[in-house]
Write a protein of this length. Structure first.
Length: 127
């Protein structure tokens, strides 16, 4: 009956053309270039023991730093934090399948307020 979880670091790049918006009254298009981040994935052992089929729910608390380009400037670095939740189904010995969602809240910079929603399906290996 305690905490369980892990720490995860990642780096990602993107060719995403972004979405149209405005900076003040000037139209702009954001393009995400790359990001890195660190996530803490705390879970509760008591919840894992109560769940059927060896499902392990967890929360996501993370930090992100992302480079966005817009039509007015290049290379804007935005820092933000991620909040989310997910669950892992431990399928065979040390292997599991994860499904999680998080929302990234970036700070405002030069009138640009990006945000991001991530839905991930993944495989995990427990050492």
């Amino acid at each position: 009956m305690g905490l369980e979880g892990g720490v995860e670091a990642h780096y990602a790049w993107s060719g995403n053309d972004g979405e149209n918006g405005t900076v003040g009254v000037v139209p702009t298009t954001l393009e995400k270039r790359n990001e890195w981040g660190v996530d803490l994935r705390p879970g509760f052992a008591v919840l894992s023991q109560a769940m059927p089929l060896n499902i392990r729910p967890y929360a996501i608390l993370g930090y992100r730093q992302t480079e966005f380009n817009d039509s007015a400037t290049a290379g804007n670095i935005h820092s933000g934090f991620a909040l989310g939740a997910g669950a892992e189904l431990v399928t065979y010995k040390h292997y599991g399948v994860r499904l999680d969602y998080d929302h990234v809240f970036y700070g405002t910079d030069d009138g640009i307020v990006p945000h991001e929603d991530d839905l991930r399906l993944g495989l995990a290996y427990h050492f």
